[in-house]
Design a protein around this ligand. Sequence first.
Ligand SMILES: O=C(O)CCC(=O)C(=O)O
Ligand SMILES: [Fe+2]
Length: 367
Amino acid sequence: MGSITPSSEEDLTFPSLPPFPTDVPTVPLLRISLKDLLAGSAAEEEKLWRACCDLGFFYFDLRGGKGEDEEVDGDGLLEVADEMFGLAEGVFGLGVEVKEGFSMMGQNSYFGYKGYGAFKDRKGLTDRNEFWNVSKDDILGIKHPLPNPEILRREESRAMIRRYMLGSHALVRLILGVLNRRLGLPDGTLQSLHSLTQTSGDQLRWVRSPPQPPSDRRSALGEHTDYGSVTILFNRLGGLQVLPPGSDPTWSYVQPLRGHCIVNLGDAMVKFTAGILRSNIHRVVEPPGEQSGCTRVSLVYFSRPGDEVLLRVLKGSGVIEGARLREGIVEEGEVTAKEWILKRAFGRAKGTEGDRLEKEDSGVEAS
Ligand SMILES: O=C(O)CCC(=O)C(=O)O
Ligand SMILES: [Fe+2]
């Protein structure tokens, strides 16, 4: 695994942070240019398709990418993502007791706060992160507002989060549009399963992991596949690792690149396409090298199918039907996205079997 070698005129580092080391294994994710994709580049579309089939992870270069309808706005999203990192400081800076008052466990809800060490991995080891989930349906007024601390009830915070969610969702729709075409599905199929106005488990998450004692280090966030559809991730410090497919896989870092987000597919896309698309195992460990002394915060948008969407192989595409037959997938029973998300989310809280993929079980925790 080489390291990312940007073309010489590009500086994709984060000047205010210690550098990402050059001597650790990294995954050479494909870099897709939003600008070129929007301009209709067939080569860019082909790269996106390959990345989604082969690894299920890619970099999306957001710089200068603006759609005609103004919904997709790469620079606008980069800007609001920056502001969202600022808001995260205020949210995590609240006292532990305040934060615990919004615990997702206490509320038996998937939204709100998860305290440091509240989840266990399969080996029973507790995590080394705290996170906060905010519901898209709350922010867009599709459901009534959930309990939130004052900092997240402020209209300026809600407006910022709304912009961030709309911007991320616009990217998701663009990606789904390309995949829909390549899969030969009837026009708009994937987009309609991920409509903004439907109730869904879509959410943002901030994840925060403080430095760990050198003598006692472990994953900050255990290995898992995401269980939704498309994840849009903003990283600044290293720590995210992917286990690439292959006979002798090595956990490899994803080097954060300024101006880019990281996109990965979740298990719902694998289900819908009978395994044509890939959701890859990943985890978060301490930032590498000189970065290990820093507190790591990441910003994630998880898009998921609408609550009532059935998690099953999609009809209407010969390509998908061929894959279903090849894989011998016979579907029994019906699971809605809502049921599936709750099962996967709370399986994880307990570190139980409930949190695993079924047939395509990768034997790992899900996120
Ligand atoms: O923090 C990251 O970079 C990744 C987070 C993640 O994988 C998750 O929350 O599912
Ligand atoms: Fe994840």
